[in-house]
Design a protein around this ligand. Structure first.
Ligand code: ADP
Ligand code: MG
Length: 319
């Protein structure tokens, strides 16, 4: 069975959602006779970099919408390179030699260096020597999630595009439409949870939707009750109890930063609830809590204690 994210990978520019500024810019650039040869796509994972690079090939050789012509479906002129396997200079030199062979079926040959940060210094240097003077039928796209690991000398020779994470509303609508097309009966709340944990990464959102499809549950979602319990145990310095909760939820947690971000979310909501209380009073609580938790780890425990104090006050105000 194909994974949902592969099944729904856009294959034409019309299906490609968002990043309209990048799409417009590419459309504009590739029509120019003096089009640049090198491009750099960077941004966090699941933001559509690889997908757009593949569509780029179609845009170069056809109109970007076609799904069947020889110019854009024959893969021999599109080379997708797993950079981690091209750390050795000999391999990169072989690719450089290929640059001098004209495309067979298409107007342009496209080389996509995916995860380009995995290339070695030697590989980058070998490319650096040629990318300024590649034949006009060669286009190169470097893709990376780690722009800091791409040499400046390469960056400065590329047209650089930054892929920002998709906004939550867009992912929400997209997941809702995919769920509908797949016939998945899923509640609004569950879609919201999927979106929240995806953090702008569509692949992650589709993977979570897929796990829901399989089990009708969102297994790795932490319950607010557990978050609260952990905070309370930290506050009361009941570390054995804390460890028990952590052990119980350990199979649900993929990334422990989610636990912290859930705490921060809770704090945000509580602060919003307390927006009418004077800042002076909040400051008073904070100072009190800092004094109390001075011995604990400063950043984490401070937040936990602060949250606990707000939560306690909220409870007593309800009575
Ligand atoms: N613009 C988009 N519109 C719709 N789906 C997208 C888009 N970009 C990415 N996706 C979905 O996300 C998945 C991962 O995209 P990909 O391009 O591989 O991300 P990246 O290379 O940035 O990690 C794709 O298989 C596709 O299902
Ligand atoms: Mg990718």
């Amino acid at each position: 069975m194909t994974a949902l994210y592969e099944k729904y990978r856009p294959s034409s520019i019309d299906e490609y959602m968002g990043h309209s500024d990048i799409v417009q810019s590419i459309k504009h650039i590739i029509r120019k006779p003096s089009c640049a040869s090198c491009f750099l796509f960077f941004g966090s994972k699941g933001t559509g970099k690889t997908t757009l690079a593949r569509i780029f090939f179609k845009m170069l050789n056809c109109d970007g919408r076609c799904t069947g012509c020889e110019k854009c479906t024959k893969s021999s002129d599109l080379r997708e390179i797993d950079s981690s396997r091209y750390r050795h200079i000999d391999k990169v030199e072989k690719i450089v030699e290929e640059f001098y062979y004209r495309p067979i079926f298409s107007f342009y040959k496209l080389y996509i260096f995916d995860e380009a940060h995995a290339l070695s210094v030697y590989s980058f240097n070998a490319l650096l020597n040629v990318i300024d003077k590649v034949p006009s039928y060669i286009k190169i796209i470097f893709i990376t999630t780690r722009i800091d690991r791409i040499p400046d000398t390469i960056c400065s020779r590329c047209v650089v595009y930054r892929f920002v994470p998709f906004d939550n509303m867009r992912i929400y609508k997209y997941i809702r439409s995919v769920a509908y097309r797949e016939g998945i009966d899923i509640k609004k709340e569950n879609i919201k949870t999927i979106v929240k944990y995806a953090k702008g990464d569509i692949r992650e959102a589709l993977n979570r939707l897929e796990s829901f499809l399989v089990s009708s549950d969102l297994p790795d979602i932490l319950k607010a009750k557990d978050i609260y319990k952990m905070i309370m145990f930290i506050y009361k310095k009941k570390l054995t109890s804390l460890r028990k909760v952590l052990y119980r939820i350990s199979d649900k947690v993929i990334d422990y930063r989610d636990v912290l971000s859930d705490m921060l979310d809770m704090i945000n909501r509580l602060i919003y609830r307390y927006r009418y209380i004077s800042l002076g009073r909040i400051r008073g609580w904070v100072i009190k809590e800092i004094n109390y938790t001075r011995t604990l780890h400063p950043s984490f425990y401070w937040f936990a204690a602060f949250l606990f104090s707000l939560y306690g006050k909220q409870k007593s105000s309800k009575r």
